[in-house]
Design a binder for this molecule. Structure first.
Ligand code: KIV
Length: 326
């Protein structure tokens, strides 16, 4: 690596001062945030544009979650999404992100067989898609050790693990008894000892998450796990109301993108139907010299600059956009 190369976090963001590089969030930086009592913000993203917005808003961790199966691909649960699909979306997110830690979710089936196969799949996320850590569900202690030995930072995921939907018999809050809460804490400690850098706690009682957070040296990131976790994560589409399902108790909607998009799309359709779009100002015009060269009379150019010229030459190609002001 060249030490003179600008760091990944060199792009200007809304959070930064002009010309001052933004420090990159790393896995050790998250542990340091826990030590300093600074809450960690995390959100999912699945494509370039949303990842860019999330990153520029200063969110610390971006998860390319396998929830994309449901919120982006319209599947019933997270089980069918493939490694190749996850890689495709992780690449798009990595291209956008300068500051946040990019974590890729390992999809169902990609880490449930031989450990060597799971490590090989995880390597693809780092090598081919730019992920800086992978997330795996369940207390897979041996696998976490193997991934860390392969230099791949790991985020664990305990509690309601959506890839276990059939075993759990639905999406149910977990660890609701003193005994299961103790088991959950033991699993979290084992993951931390194996080298996990952080643990997502999903759908567990606030009290259980608080006890685990206090016991662990690494950060907990909660979703439906109460406010005592070291950080919080939500699915982007839930945050902005782009999901078409009933809202879970733990979701807070910060915007209504469905209403915004619907209204924009309906207005566009109406404008097209009423020939109100595009207006002359949104149209390209031939320069008058080109009109003359093509043999059109000056009279064929209307007073507002629009041309009635309709030869093949009037077709605007993409190369002309630059010259004519896009
Ligand atoms: O796939 C996902 O979105 C997750 C959550 C933790 C948000 O795993």
């Amino acid at each position: 690596m060249s030490l003179t190369q600008p760091p990944k976090g060199a792009r200007q963001s809304d959070q930064s001062q002009p010309g001052v590089p933004i420090p990159k969030v790393t896995m050790p930086a998250l542990t340091e945030m826990k030590r300093q009592g600074k809450p960690i913000s995390a959100l999912t993203a699945y494509d370039y544009s949303t990842a860019r917005l999330v990153d520029e808003a200063g969110v610390d961790l971006i998860l390319v979650g396998d929830s994309l199966a449901m919120v982006v691909l319209g599947q019933e649960n997270t089980l069918a999404v493939t490694v190749d699909e996850m890689l495709h979306h992780t690449r798009a997110v990595s291209r956008a992100v300068r500051r946040a830690l990019v974590v890729a979710d390992m999809p169902f089936g990609s880490y449930h067989g031989a450990i060597s196969d799971a490590v090989a799949n995880a390597v693809r996320f780092v090598k081919e898609a730019g992920a800086e850590a992978v997330k795996i569900e369940g207390p897979r202690i041996e696998l976490v050790r193997a991934l860390v030995a392969a230099e791949i930072p790991v985020v664990g995921h305990l509690g309601l693990t959506p890839q276990s939907v059939h075993r759990m018999g639905g999406y149910r809050v977990q660890a609701r008894t003193a005994e299961t809460a103790r088991e959950l804490e033991a699993d979290a400690l084992a993951l931390a000892r194996a080298g996990a850098g952080a643990i997502v706690l999903e759908g567990v009682p606030r009290e259980a998450a608080a006890a685990i957070t206090a016991a662990l040296p690494i950060p907990t990131i909660g979703i439906g796990a109460g406010p005592e976790c070291d950080g919080q994560i939500l699915v982007f589409h839930d945050l902005v109301n782009l999901t078409f399902s009933p809202q879970a108790k733990f979701v807070r909607r910060y915007a209504d993108a469905s209403a915004l998009f619907r209204s924009a799309i309906e207005h566009y359709r109406e404008d097209v139907e009423h020939r109100a779009f595009p207006a002359d100002a949104e149209s390209y015009h031939l320069p008058s010299s080109a009109v003359r060269q093509a043999g059109a009379s000056a009279d064929s150019v209307s007073g507002n600059g629009a041309t009635e010229f309709d030869s093949e030459d009037a077709v605007v190609n993409r190369d002309a956009f630059e010259d004519w002001g896009r």
